[in-house]
Structures are given as structure tokens and as C-alpha cells.
Design a protein around this ligand. Sequence first.
Ligand code: BGC
Ligand code: NOJ
Length: 814
Amino acid sequence: MQYGTFDDVRREYVITRPDTPLPWINYLGCEAYFGIISNTAGGYSFYKDARLRRITRYRYNHAPLDLGGRYVYLRDDASGEFWSPTWQPTRTALQDYTCRHGQGYTTIQSSHAGITAQIRYFVPLGENLEIWQTTLTNQRAQPAELSLFSLVEFCLWDAQDDSTNFQRNYSIGQVEVVDEVIYHKTEYRERRDHFAYFACSEPLAGFDTQRDEFLGPYRGWDNPQAVAEGRARNSLCNGWQPIGSQQVRLALQPGESRQVIFLLGYHENPVADKFDPPGSQVINKRGVLPVIARYRQPTVVEQAFARLNHYWDELLGRLQVQTPDLHTDRMINIWNAYQCMVTFNMSRSASSFESGIGRGLGFRDSNQDLLGFVHLVPARARERILDLAATQLASGGAYHQYQPLTKRGNNDVGGNFNDDPLWLVLGVAAYIKETGDWDILSQAVEYDNQPGSAEPLLGHLRRSMQYTLDRLGPHGLPLIGRADWNDCLNLNCFSETPGQSFQTTTNTEGKVAESVFIGGLYVLAAQEMEGLLRHLGLAVEGQAWLDAAATLGQAVLGAGWDGGWFRRAYDAFGQPVGSSENVEGQIFIEPQGMCVMAGLGLQDGRAAQALAAVQQRLATPHGILLQQPAFSHYYLNLGEISSYPPGYKENASVFCHTNPWIMIAETKLGHGDLAHDYYLRINPSAREGISEVHRCEPYVYAQTIAGRDAATHGEAKNSWLSGTAAWNYVAITQWILGIRPGLEGLEIQPVIPQDWPGFKAVREWRGTRYEIEVERQGVAGAVELWADGQRIAGNLLPLPPAGTARVQVRVILM
Ligand code: BGC
Ligand code: NOJ
């Protein structure tokens, strides 16, 4: 069953009924001003940091779902009937409801009582504001007298404090309303130098800024008294809950359309220039008045929207493919790349499943997000790498996260995850492969943001590599620390106290529990490190890291090998985890994927054996499970992983982040059919037809799909913010289609399904546009390459002379 359809030409997902199984969201903004918006206009906005600069309020876990957002109400002033053209919050039955989620914008349209309303929400490039471009059309044969009400509820900036500290917050709310613009200025009188504003293109019949005067006592968003009576109160908020609502009266002739523009914005003033006149308590508005004046004009708004679309044409144009498979094309050409931008911007902070107050930018997560983002806006990837590296600790370890606003690392979600530093090596290597910007390695970067501690980025990578070697356990495998990639495999935790966080509770010292996964990750990172060092003329050092990796690799193939697959770990008592010796959790997906990606076991058949075990024990029609058998009870020595009921999250769901590792591993064995089959099992577009089972958005990946032990096998959760986005993008584009940026050239090595006659792709790389045509002539998979008609030996297209605009690439698969 479907709740909408893809419009690939307009790059939109078109939702055709408002009651989707869950709110199906989109993101507004791609630079500094951001918002999440659902298909019924729910959601909230923030500036840079979803916790510390929250502009509008939102309550999660609400019943009914998804209440609070960017609402407008329409009222027929003749009959008194009112409704929400975005369905929520009144949930009046609507005709012709559609919600079009596109790249950085959402348009919701509907008709009711002979009035058509369309609202396009977007954030113009380069601005700290959002626009609600509202068009009303009277389809009646009679004139219509209407009132249009807007509504936002302001958050008192720090979203955590806002939702907890009521004894203070009910007394601090403040606004100004000047020339029909509503300014939200809570705490501006003291230490804040930022405020929000809400403006409208039309003269107002009234406004409200005090929530309970607008709603009326004990009434909800679905039935505000001001709307019901068609009369805004002109309330001025003092304490309690500041809102912004405007009332516009419109008389529309039959067939007449009118546009009303609402602007919600954020602005910061220089501290010395906060007040106007100086010494007063009145906001200095000189910075925002010209912006408001500009965006009140429909032509300016149209131009801003066209610029946003053009921006996305350009970004998505960097890699476009034409394959025999619609779902592959749609995800690569549009949605997966778009999701990579969103995960880069948000990390794991704000979605329908991430509250915006829990997590900032993760060290491990952001480095992986780079893998799928780096070709879109390389300059931003560079900045992110340097920010991340500056939170690295002098030990080579890393804070697990930092807040985007402060860019300082913190231990709020725990520390001592021993895999963290190695992801930096992968992130930096991917950046240099994409850009050829070798200079980044000599950029001086501090440790833990401490003045005086700076050393070139290359030194950070060295410390990342050394960090693992300094922490080896009894089997010569890396110590796991608090956890590795799998945050829930807590081998040193032993938590028995209800409510205790598995992430932050005290660990035992942890000199025994080891991770096979980190062993594989190290071998992969060492290969990247060696490539970088060789290019810099430091081949001897590069070889030394490879030698260390070879020793570790021996440990992985020794104590890390279970006989039929790679083990997962050793627990704090030195007992294997992910072994046939275990009763539950005998085989885990992560080490099979990571070790084979690192090349371990490729020579001696063990890689093939491990992947066969994955296919036999872990693969389901809904994707590949994280481990089996699922843990049926809580294991003190394993921690959070066994806290989830079987089939959910880390306890044996299809944890989608890990599936592309197996796809990549399969391509290493030349198995294009199986790799692509696995790809399609979790591809959201391919699952669109079972939306009643999948339940999350069919246009983006979710973190998990409930496993076969779950009551709801096939049900997705945690959509949007997951490393799944970047890794699937890498798997399909670089390993299955096989177009792979390298340090010294573009590698071409497709491993595609046998029944594909070929495919076409356009890839912009380091300033050159590669027009690639792949044709299958045989089944063995060997590649014959031509660049502009010249036969190239091997599968590496060397860098063309500087300034080459276009290279025609012909690829024959033999
Ligand atoms: C989740 C993990 C997540 C971790 C973050 C756990 O509860 O299951 O997926 O990585 O929290 O702290
Ligand atoms: C989500 C976290 O953000 C990520 O860092 C972790 O690797 C996975 N969960 C697996 O636990």
C-alpha cells in the first residue's frame, strides 16, 4: 500500500493523504537556519543548533502525533467555519490534499469549502529565515470573505531548559510588536543578542503573542478561540508562552487568487549595538527591516525559490546515473544524495526520532557522513574535518560528540569509544580522494581546542592510528573501551541499575574485552594511511602502519576467526562473543562486513565463507540482520544490546547502516547479483509498495527495519539521521556501479547484476566531467577502459591535464 508517489521529474515525493503511518518529514534549510517539517506542517526551526538556538517549540511523543508546527488556519467569515489547509491541527476532511517534499522545500496544497490553499515552505539560500508562501484561490461562484491566521509557538531558545525549567520560564517570555512585525525577544534584555521575528506581507487585522489568549482556556490547537471567533486579541506576551499569530482578512472574488507571505526569521546583533536607541530596551531592528521589506515581495520570493532549485540542480548534477533499475536511479540521482546532505547538516540531532536536545555532532557519525557528502560541497566537508579534528584528544582518542554552536567536544553521551579516532582517517582520505586537496594534511589543528596544542592534521591521523596500537588486549586485538561502532555492545559496563545510561555509566577498566570489528577497521584505515603517506613521499612510514596492520590482521584471522565467520569480540572474561560457542548472538554482521572490506580472508577463502554464513543466517527479505540468534534475555556482560526486545535496534534488527558493508564485501568477491539484491532489500523506493509495513518515509533510509524475531518484521524506525545514508551511497555508487575516486585517479570497476546490459553515468570529479558508458559483453567482470577513445591499461583513469572539461569514458565488462 502507498500513501503517495514519486515525481522524479520535479524531484519530489508527493504524499496524497495526510494520515501517513507516521509523520513523513522533510528538512528546510541547508546552511545555518534549519527546520524539520512534516507532511501536515508539523515540526520546528532552529539556528545552527537544535538545542541551544531553538526558534520554535515542539513536543515529541504527543497524542495525536505530531502536534505543533507552522500552522495556518482559514476561516470563512460568513459561515464561521474554520479549517487547517495542512490538515493538522484541525484535521478537517480536505479535498485534493497533496504534500510535495522536495530538496529543501515542502509544498502543501488542499481545497475545502471551495477555497484552494497552497503553502510553500522554504529557506532562501544565504538567509536566516523561512518563508511560507501562501496562495489562496476562491473556486466558488460567489465572493468569499476569509480570515487567514498564522501560528508559531516560540521556544525559549535552549530547548532543554525550555521543556523543564517552568518555574523560571513562565516569567521570562517577552515580545515587541512594531509596525505589525512580531519580535520574540525572551532574554534579550540580558545576555542574548539574538531574537526572532515573524512578519507578513499583508496588513494585519490583528495579532496574538500570548498563547492562552489566542487559544482560550483549556482549548487546543485544533480549536483556538481567536480563530473560532474570527478575532485576534492583539495580546502582548509577558511571561507564560510566547507565540506569534497574525490575522489577515481577505475578500476574494470568484476565481481570484491572492498570495500572502509569512516570514519567520532569526537575527543576531553586535553586542554593543543591541538596543535602538542605545540605552533603551528596544531591539535594534536596523539589520532585519530591509530583509523583511525584500521578502514581502512575491517576485523576490520566486527568485529565491528558483535559486534554491538551481543550487540543487548543480549539487545533484555532480553524479547522475541511468541504470536498468528505477529504484537505483531515483535514490542515487535524488534522494540518497539529498539524505547525505541532511545527515551531514544534522548528524544525529533533530528528526522525528532525535529530539535535538540529546545529541550534537558525533565524531564517529560525522566522519562517516562525510563519505556520502564530500562530493556535494567539498569546502564544507573540509571545515567539518578540521572542526572534528580540533575536538580530538591529545591521546589520539576523541570526544564522542560536540555541539555545533560551540564546536567544543563533550562527554554528554559518554566517551572512550575505541573505534572513534579511526573514522577520522577514513573521512580525511575520502575528502582528499574527492578533491585532491593535499594541503589539508598540513593544516595546523589543536587538540581538544587547547591553544598551543596545534599540529598538522597528518599528526592527528598518526595519533588516531597509534591510539589503537596502544590499546591491545590479551589476544592482540584492539580493546573495545566503552563500545565500538555498536554503541550497545557494552562489554565493560555491567549495569544493574534501572534507568542508568549504558553510554555514560562508569566502565570497568577494560583491559580484557576486545573488538574484532576495530581490528578490521584498523586494517582498512592503515591502507588509507599508507596511500596518503606514499603520496607525500613517506612510503617507509606508510609501510610501518601496514606492518602493524598485518600483525593485527593475523590476530583477526587467528583469535578473531570462529571457523565459519569472524567473531565479534571477546568479553571482559576473555570469552568469545559472536561465536558458535555462544547460545545467542552467534554471528554478527559488523565484523563480516568490515573485515572483508579490509581485504581479510580474501586470499584464503575465509571472506567467501563468512559472507556465505551471512547469507545463510542473517539475510531476510527485509534486509540483513545485525546478529542471530537474537538475545532473548538481558546479559550483564553484553549490556544495552540485550536490553532491546528481540528483533529491535541493535538486538537483531536489520540495522541498515551495516548492510552496505556486506554489499561492498560481496563486490570484492565479484558478486554483483547478490550485492544489488541486498541493496534493493532496504532501498526505500523499492519498499514504497509496502508502506503500511515499512511505515517510515519511502524516500529516505531508516536506521533500522524490525528483524524476523520482532512482532513487526519489516517495520522501519529512526528514519533520516543514520550512517545508512552515506554508506549506501558509497556502496551503490563506488562499489556496485564502481565509480570510485582515488588518490591518483578515478577508478572504474563496476560489479553489477548479470542481467544488466550496462549503464550510463555522469560524474564531476576534480573539475572534470566524466561521461561514462558501461557495456556488458561478458560475465567474468574484467574491465576494459577507454578514455576519449584511448585504451587505458588497468582500471584507473589517470588525472587528465589541468583544465580538461570533459572526458568520455567507455567501459567494457568482459
Ligand atoms: C542506541 C544506539 C545509539 C546510542 C547513542 C542507543 O540507545 O540503541 O543506536 O547509537 O543509543 O548513544
Ligand atoms: C547510532 C549511532 O549514532 C552510531 O554512532 C552507532 O554506530 C550506531 N547507532 C550503532 O550502535
